[in-house]
Design a protein around this ligand. Sequence first.
Ligand code: NAD
Length: 296
Amino acid sequence: MAKIGFIGVGNMGGPMARNLITAGHSLKVFDLSEEAVNFVVQSGAERAASIQDAAKGVEIVVTMLPVGGNVRDVFLDDGVVAVADPGTLFIDSSTIDVESAVAVHEAATAAGFEMVDAPVSGGTVGADDGTLTFMCGGEKAAFDKARPILEGMGKNIVHCGGPGQGQVVKICNNMIAGIVTLATSEAFIMGEKLGVDRQVLFDVISTSTGSSRILEMACPLPGALAGTPSSNGFKPGFMAKLMLKDLRLSQAASQMAGSPTPLGAVATATYQQHINNGFGDLDNSSICKIIDPNVK
Ligand code: NAD
């Protein structure tokens, strides 16, 4: 069992850290939010006083932060890379831009550390029940060391390629998720306006060709499926502003690859409008409000 420093214990990192404790690891946690830290300390983690404190005296550092700038802040300058004990393995599970992932990986490698980018899919439900998919980038040897730790938090753990390649796969996945959430919202609201009951739409489409994991697990329309953010006042879950972040990452990746993503571009602009309307902190499924602001 390993000593792990865990930095960023929000909606995803909190339950992930708790599952590592359940798996028998000992954890030191740090977050800018005291409330977030309390949640994991109640499950048996030690409270770290700072980023540096969380990164020292451990064998593994796991980070789960919002954006690439946060990951650079935590690892670079006087952060994790400067203070970690020799031989510490770094695992960054945040969803961030490929450029930041590669830059942090290079800084870690130059200082003699191994690192894996390991963004996840599966949402807060997957984080809670330990069934996340991890998409990993980095050297195979680093991936092999990270795997037993990731197994404490997920079920499907895939080595996607070299540094940053986990992020590439994650960005492709989330571009599809954003497009499908918007497409599902459009279709359901149109169907209802033409007189069909929402539950009937759900029961039929969820077993037909219009179905998706989005519909089956996180139907964006309230009430059709119990336990979803939409059925709980759009409480996140996965915030709309984070979906916009990922869609923007997809558009940067599209440029980098010279590969057109017309539907990704529409989804990006639509989520931008939704955030401008003041809904960034709601679950991303609240995008249905842009089709019908009165949706209930
Ligand atoms: P969140 O905002 O709930 O949690 C992030 C935490 O990081 C917060 O508690 C914040 O205080 C902390 N933080 C930010 N900067 C920090 C710093 N410098 N030092 C210490 N702590 C810091 O976000 P989340 O939903 O947990 O998402 C985290 C990452 O996971 C994002 O990149 C997101 O895109 C990705 N993700 C989220 C979901 C989801 O369903 N929520 C699913 C898959 C991937």
